[in-house]
Design a protein around this ligand. Structure first.
Ligand SMILES: *[C@@H]1O[C@H](CO)[C@@H](O)[C@H](O)[C@H]1NC(C)=O
Ligand SMILES: *[C@@H]1O[C@H](CO)[C@@H](O)[C@H](O)[C@H]1NC(C)=O
Ligand SMILES: *[C@@H]1O[C@H](CO)[C@@H](O)[C@H](O)[C@H]1NC(C)=O
Ligand SMILES: *[C@@H]1O[C@H](CO)[C@@H](O)[C@H](O)[C@H]1NC(C)=O
Length: 253
């Protein structure tokens, strides 16, 4: 019975049709892969790195994220971003972010961005204080000092010290470095500044939370699931068509 089927034109047609399906499916499956090129997107980089949801939210709120993307596209100096982790933001004294005006929030974020691309080896020879996107690097405004030797990169603002703990991204025009503390500028957190100085990082107060988060408490949406779903769909198509091919082959041979 199966020998009869093997030579039948219907079987050949079926096999031809299946072959066509494989080619189509493979093309569809491969199409999304080369897409990620295009303009650099700081949000995407931070999403991929994980543990930066607060920074992503603040970049969006202050539009500093868009400024970075636009400026990267329009300058040949490149940019360097110091990215505090979610833990860094939650280690701030409660209410710190809410005590800042909108303009101060913008400046705080801009203080984490340098208008030039710096590699870790350039940190060893850079002259201090560095100019950030927040502007004036005078000692009572927005000074940022970076010193480095060996693998250690020290960052100091005059209010706090930290080190670069990880290189998240470099492409020759954008460098993103992880820091485990929020960089606090002198003008906002220094001795004579109006904003409250942050509590020492290790002390955790369980006391009253009088500042209720108001403006900047929108929860991050989980957009990533869409992409995952699509990948699963394509995989399902491939697995499905392989199954059909095996089935047809069994009948025909
Ligand atoms: C950057 O990426 C984020 C998240 O992946 C997306 O929401 C945003 O639209 C992108 N921005 C640009 C300018 O492509
Ligand atoms: C990038 O720059 C090019 C040319 O300067 C411009 O056409 C394009 O719209 C810019 N893209 C973004 C995302 O700013
Ligand atoms: C970095 O900071 C550490 C600890 O404060 C210090 O021992 C080291 O000498 C500093 N390195 C540089 C290059 O400033
Ligand atoms: C930053 O560097 C400048 C120049 O070396 C120095 O005068 C200043 O005291 C430094 N500030 C801090 C906080 O280390």
């Amino acid at each position: 019975m199966s020998t009869n089927l093997q030579s039948s034109p219907i079987c050949k047609l079926l096999l031809l049709f299946i072959l066509q399906c494989i080619i189509t499916t493979t093309t569809v499956a491969q199409a999304p892969a080369p897409a990620p090129s295009g303009p650099t997107n700081i949000t995407k980089i931070l999403e991929k790195a994980g543990q930066f949801t607060t920074l992503i939210r603040l970049f969006k709120l202050t539009q500093v994220g868009d400024q970075i993307n636009t400026q990267l596209n329009n300058s040949n100096q490149g940019m360097t971003v110091f990215a505090p982790t979610d833990n860094a933001f939650s280690a701030l004294k409660s209410g710190t972010l809410n005590s800042l005006s909108d303009q101060q929030k913008v400046q705080l974020l801009q203080f984490h961005v340098l208008p030039q691309y710096l590699t870790t080896s350039q940190f060893q020879t850079i002259s201090n204080p560095l100019r950030t996107q927040a502007g004036d690097s005078a000692s009572n405004k927005f000074p940022l000092n970076i010193t480095s030797s060996g693998n250690q990169v020290n960052v100091t603002t005059g209010v706090m010290d930290t080190t670069v703990s990880n290189t998240l991204y470099t492409d020759g025009s954008l460098a993103v470095y992880q820091v485990d503390q929020v960089l606090l500028p002198m003008s906002m957190f220094g001795p004579q500044s109006p904003a409250p100085a942050p509590a020492p990082a290790k002390k955790k107060k369980s006391g009253a939370d009088d500042d209720t988060p108001a403006t900047d408490d929108s929860s991050p949406s989980a957009d990533a699931s869409g992409a995952v779903g699509f990948g699963g769909h394509v995989r399902g198509l491939i697995v499905g068509s392989v199954g059909v091919i095996l089935f047809i082959a069994l009948i025909c041979l």
